[in-house]
Design a protein around this ligand. Structure first.
Ligand code: UD1
Ligand code: UDP
Length: 395
């Protein structure tokens, strides 16, 4: 009898996290064991632009989703409700043994709720049952409930049957919240599985040449910026203060800014174009007058990984990028006051500065003047997390 797993993706970081899980399932099935896994991949459509979704399926050679729910953008409640409504029919039709969700986006929490609220009858069974729920990247806590992701994490973890964790702080958070120990599995980090697997392929990317960041065989020093948290971009005053500090930095080294669609929309709505040069439309500014932030569209995974690997410094409010820079050993200035991934501060190159321009510039100076901290790989961030997850589920 096949074990039927229904996995959910919806937003950019989900595609990166699910890739090694798809691989691990394929590998188990290729062994020809009696118990095969029937894997159904569902894309909610939370992210839908080709550079926020399709390009990741191509770069990571992900299987095409079996089902696309096409929910699109909306307020949090409407988006969550739409996902729930459409995903319920999927669970009823597919009748999985297990629903697997990753990360902390709205699609994660919405599908987790549906999984635990829907009785279905698996093949060959006479009785209804509620599918098991697995959460990959469980237990992370920023302790900031104004973050939509923190609510998604708490809701998902509180109803999951299998909680797969990436770092020791997550194990402690879950224990403190009363989750029984036998549900918690410390397996490592699937995002790092993907990074390690694609690192050499990413070196074939031409993004450094495309952005004129190489001089002969030498890579010029540059910084990468990513910014999309509502707390940083939705308030014009906060956003502009931060942009002033990035502009200051861009007078010293080029700042490459692959802007998230939420952020692009803010730039357009608030008429903030003067801070930027739109790199692929206007072309590069002369090297000696690099006085603006270089705006580029969201990049594909391999391009972005290549760009990150060669950067002098990364400035970001992303969750996943804090983890990736930890493994790459690239200094990371996190534009937030808290992190749900404290291991990146303890083992990695990550430092929290929040949104205060003075702090951003001070930290930039410290790192730029080469006061680099040594980095160590956190436990189990070794490329095998997905295999551990699938082993637990099969066992
Ligand atoms: C979401 C996640 C966030 C994650 C981020 C990854 C939640 C609550 N937030 O934030 O945790 O870090 O994804 O990138 O789930 N848009 C487009 N095209 C797209 C997708 C979005 O134009 O393909 C625009 C829309 O105007 C939309 C806005 O971006 O309203 C925000 O999208 P949404 O998915 O609601 O949240 P993110 O900010 O992307
Ligand atoms: N990323 C990418 N292209 C970009 C920016 C980010 O491929 O232009 C990747 C990045 O390497 C990481 C993931 O997207 O793997 C992080 O996603 P994001 O910052 O959107 O979400 P978060 O991790 O904050 O939830």
């Amino acid at each position: 009898m096949a074990l039927k797993i229904l996995s959910v993706v919806g937003a950019r970081p989900n595609f990166i996290k699910i890739a090694p899980i798809c691989e691990a399932i394929k590998e188990i099935n290729s062994l020809g064991c009696a118990e095969q896994i029937h894997h159904v991949l569902v894309h909610t459509g939370q992210h839908y632009d080709s550079n926020m979704s399709d390009s990741f399926f191509n770069d990571l050679e992900l299987p095409r989703p079996d089902l696309c729910l096409g929910v699109g953008s909306a307020s949090h409640s409407v988006q969550t409700a739409r996902i729930m409504e459409r995903f319920e029919s999927v669970v009823l039709n597919e009748r999985p043994n297990l629903v697997l969700v990753v990360g902390d986006v709205n699609s994660t929490a919405a599908c987790a709720l549906v999984a635990k609220k829907t009785s279905c009858r698996p093949d060959h069974s006479a009785t209804d049952f509620i599918p098991k729920l697995a959460h990959v990247e469980a237990g992370l806590r920023s302790f900031d409930r104004t973050m939509p992701e923190e609510i998604n994490r708490i809701v998902t973890d509180s109803i999951s049957d299998y909680l797969f964790t990436t770092e020791e702080s997550a194990n402690q958070n879950l224990s403190r919240e009363g989750i029984p120990e036998d549900r918690i599995f410390f397996v490592g980090n699937v995002m790092i599985d993907t990074l390690l697997r694609h690192r050499s392929k990413a070196q074939e990317s031409t993004i450094l040449q495309d952005l004129q960041l190489v001089d002969g065989r030498e890579v010029k020093p540059y910084a990468i910026l990513t910014l999309h948290r509502p707390a940083n971009v939705d308030d014009k005053r906060v956003f502009c203060h931060m942009l002033d500090s990035f502009l200051d930095i861009s007078r010293r080294i080029p700042v490459i800014f692959p802007a998230h669609p939420r952020t692009l929309k803010r730039i357009q709505d608030e008429d903030l174009g003067d801070y930027f040069v739109d790199y692929f439309v206007q072309g590069p500014e002369p090297w000696d007058s690099r006085v603006r932030i270089r705006l580029v569209p969201p990049l594909g995974y391999l391009d972005f990984l290549n760009l990150m690997s060669e950067a002098r410094i990364v400035l970001t409010d992303s969750g996943g990028i804090q983890e990736e820079t930890t493994i790459l050993g690239i200094p990371c200035i996190t534009l937030r006051d808290r992190t749900e991934r404290p291991v990146t501060l303890e083992h990695g190159t990550n430092v929290l500065v929040g949104s205060d321009p003075e702090k951003i510039l001070r930290e930039f100076d410290r790192v730029y003047l080469n006061e680099q901290r040594p980095n160590r790989s956190p436990h189990y961030w070794d490329g095998n997390a997905a295999k551990r997850i699938i082993k637990v589920l099969v066992d």
